[in-house]
Design a protein around this ligand. Structure first.
Ligand code: BGC
Length: 768
């Protein structure tokens, strides 16, 4: 699945010299003053090589062509401060013993790994967890993942990925919270709290917030491609989740691979120093993405590795992940007088402070005897099942097709993902990442359905052609070669015949379809968003049988399902729901759990609409005017399903939207209240959402932008009155004309409801 060589297409560049003052470490710092003081005292004892060592993160495994030997010697000489891509606890302890016992100053190693959505217990992919519209889902999942990781010797996780993604072709959309800065910021904060707790300490894991910044705006949705983001868009849309994570006390940030406005992010002084340190006030350290310092040469930004090291360190990049560029060049740059020692000291200090803060000096080793037991805690699986169901989105449910009865006697389960153990957990799993082998036992959707139905139920399965990494004849993403031939016409005809027969003989057809886990992730962009292979043909065949069909989607991004949206009566989006994903899917399909997730992205009708996002500006001919309902000849320019959309087995009514004050001065606050009532006959969760629009001012503002949300559980007939503040935080924006954050005098539209098209409206006047 994931191959490190893809990381080589990183980048670099830039200029001036801004040394963060060490005194500034106190404000919003992830570290206590004690950790800082101890770090300063240790720094005084260090020689230049040892300092550069702390700025070096080395691969803990041998990777052909990239990391040719284990880092033992370098660690013994104090030339490595952090090690990544290692999860073998014996090996972690072995390397730690070398660092603590053999290096001159006995400074422990910080071990980093991608613990993205769980360790052995794999939670839903982040896009799925964001669909819960419940930040506590992320917090609970990452708390458990952090406890597991720490027990297994990992103290730094390359999570959360908070990149705003407006283009569904971009494969890494699966790793984040979707397209919205407000929702993204809430999910970012929750993940930092989950891993780090209230304060970083001996039992927590430091986050590394990535990929700073603007990585999600890759042109054409092609991973690693350049991003061109005007400053106002960067500040108003791309920056907020990063700022939120820093405000929450994030220990570290990761610089991104791509060019941002022609300056590679990993050598971009404006990004890493002016904005991150100067404006956001971030006090942790910045780690490069893998090989990104070295790749500044590949980008055509640095002349050679020495220039790359110079441009990165002076831009504000503290630690070099895996490229060895700092290790080989920084000391000379300092002794030649090109890089001041103060710059090196400012970079080393937060790394040492983090090691103290995490208690690594006091307790550097892993208790190997407890690891397996911790990673296999049954409460982890129970939590996973609950959070997975909470993350699912019911997209369509005509004629109450769902929930299904548990006493169904004949069920056809079709589709290549129905029993795919490999796919249900999604990509970026810790034990799956370097082929070390997953030790979890994922429950597939087929297994979940079997467990839910009575023992005498007849279940017929038609898988279709085998899903593989490259799914049914698509190009291998790395070699460009076809690795699995598509089915022949005869094979296709045979699968469709089997599908027809199974559907005709069944009471209900459950089609489990989508993408393989490897199709969305790093270097996994797609130009087409359709259901790959012969899945759509199988689906059409099943529907033609006249039997009720339920489409269960497993995928890392919204797909082009416009045919299904019209013809399939029920559609449930499960994303990649994790280890207990099949049980959770059955919980929802059979009504033990009422789905309450909503979309964190606008769902396109076709990839040709991308990038498609709800918070675009009005134009001179807004789309609701009679003759301008569509910008395309061939399809509507509206999404298939709007941002914030999601159904339930019950229905909700929103009314009485009121503002406590309908006119305020800029800087003051008002409150919006709205009544939400469960108007159906079963209990369910509503996701109340508040949107605003500023009608005029110093710049055009989005047609709508989310500024408040809450997921609430309501019994049948129950009403809750919800209150949302509307003050400076919600009303301000950064204007390209004034170049400041401000609330401007204007008229604001306010809407409340269950998605971004909510009609319930109020009006707010803001005066000077
Ligand atoms: C990815 C990062 C990841 C890093 C370490 C890179 O290729 O872009 O997201 O954290 O590798 O595995």
């Amino acid at each position: 699945m994931y191959e490190k060589k893809t990381a080589l297409s990183g980048a670099l560049m830039l200029l001036t010299l801004l040394v963060p003052s060490t005194a500034a470490l106190a404000q919003h710092s992830p570290f206590s003053s004690d950790s800082e003081q101890r770090a300063r005292a240790l720094l005084k004892q260090m020689n230049l090589d040892e300092k550069v060592g702390q700025l070096t993160e080395a691969a803990g495994i041998v990777m052909p062509g990239l990391a040719t030997e284990k880092p033992d010697n370098a660690i013994a000489q104090g030339k490595v401060g952090s090690v990544l891509w290692l999860i073998d606890v014996k090996e972690i302890n072995r390397l730690q013993h070398i660092a603590v016992e053999k290096s001159r100053l006995h400074i422990p190693i910080l071990f980093g790994f991608d613990v993205i959505h769980g360790y052995r217990t794999v939670f839903p992919v982040p896009l799925g967890m964001a669909s819960s519209w419940d930040p506590s889902v992320e917090e609970q999942a990452q708390k458990l993942a952090g406890e597991d990781a720490r027990a297994a010797g990992i103290q730094l996780t390359f999570t959360p990925m908070v990149d705003i993604a407006r283009d569904k072709r971009w494969g890494r959309i699966v790793e984040g919270a979707g397209e919205d800065p407000y929702l993204g910021a809430a999910m970012a904060r929750a993940q930092v709290r989950g891993f780090q707790g209230d304060k970083l300490g001996p039992n927590s894991v430091s986050v590394c917030v990535k990929h700073y910044g603007g990585y999600g705006a890759a042109e054409g949705g092609r991973d690693y491609d350049a991003s061109y983001i005007p400053e106002e868009l960067f500040r108003n849309v791309y920056l907020p989740p990063f700022r939120a994570a820093a405000d929450e006390g994030a220990g570290s940030f990761m610089s991104a691979y791509m060019d941002l406005n022609d300056v590679p992010a990993s050598g971009n002084h404006w990004l890493l120093t002016d904005v991150l340190r100067g404006e956001v006030g971030f006090k942790g350290f910045v780690l490069s993405d893998a090989f990104a310092v070295g790749s500044l040469v590949t980008h055509g930004y640095a002349a050679d590795p020495s220039d790359a090291a110079y441009k990165a360190i002076t831009a504000g990049l503290d630690m070099d992940m895996a490229s060895g560029t700092y290790m080989n060049n920084l000391a000379k740059l300092v002794s030649d007088g090109k890089v001041p020692m103060a710059t090196i000291d400012a970079a080393v200090l937060p790394i040492l402070a983090l090691k103290y803060q995490l208690g690594l000096f006091d307790n550097p080793y892993v208790d190997e005897s407890k690891v397996d037991q911790t990673l296999s805690r049954p409460e982890g699986l129970a939590l996973e099942r609950k959070l997975a169901a909470r993350s699912m989105v019911l997209l369509k449910n005509e004629n109450h097709t769902l929930p299904l009865a548990k006493n169904l006697k004949k069920v056809a389960v079709i589709g290549p993902l129905a029993d795919s153990v490999h796919d249900i957990e999604g990509g970026w799993t810790v034990e799956g990442l370097f082929g070390s082998g997953s030790k979890s036992h994922p429950v597939t959707v087929l297994a979940g359905i079997k467990a839910a139905l009575e023992p005498d139920a007849q279940i017929t399965t038609v898988a279709g052609p085998e899903p593989s990494k490259s799914f049914l004849g698509l190009l291998d993403q790395f070699s460009g070669k076809k690795v699995l031939p598509p089915p022949t016409p005869e094979e296709t005809a045979d699968w469709l015949k089997k599908t027809r027969e199974a559907a005709e003989a069944a009471d209900v057809v459950i089609a489990v379809m989508g993408e393989t886990s490897g199709m969305s992730s790093e270097a996994s962009s797609r130009a087409r968003l359709d259901l790959p292979g012969i899945q759509e043909q199988m689906l059409e065949t099943a529907v033609a049988s006249g039997k009720p069909v339920v489409l269960v989607l497993e995928n890392g991004r919204p797909l082009d399902i416009h045919w299904a949206a019209e013809h399939v009566p029920a559609i449930l989006e499960t994303w990649f729901p994790g280890t207990e994903g099949g049980s959770a899917t059955a919980d929802v399909l059979f009504g033990d759990i009422n789905p309450g997730g909503h979309l964190p992205v606008s769902w396109p009708r076709s990839s040709g609409q991308e990038p498609l996002y709800y918070n675009h500006n009005l134009t001179h001919e807004p789309e609701d005017r009679p003759n301008f309902t569509s910008r395309y000849w061939d399809i509507s320019s509206k999404p298939q399903y709007p941002f914030g959309y999601g159904l339930s087995y019950t229905t909700f009514k929103f009314d009485n939207l009121k503002l406590s004050k309908t006119s305020i001065k800029a800087g003051e606050a008002t409150e919006a209240t709205v009544d939400v009532t469960n108007t159906g006959s079963v209990a369910g969760d509503a996701v109340a959402q508040v949107y605003i629009h500023q009608r005029y001012g110093s710049a055009s503002r989005p047609v709508r932008q989310l500024e408040g949300f809450r997921r609430v559980a309501l019994k049948p007939g129950e009403t809750q009155t919800l209150t949302f503040p509307l003050g400076k935080n919600e009303l301000q924006f950064w204007s390209p004309q004034t170049k400041v954050w401000a609330v401007e005098p204007s008229t604001f539209d306010v809407w409340a409801g269950e998605d971004s098209t909510a009609p319930l409206h109020a009006e707010l006047t803001v005066t000077r």
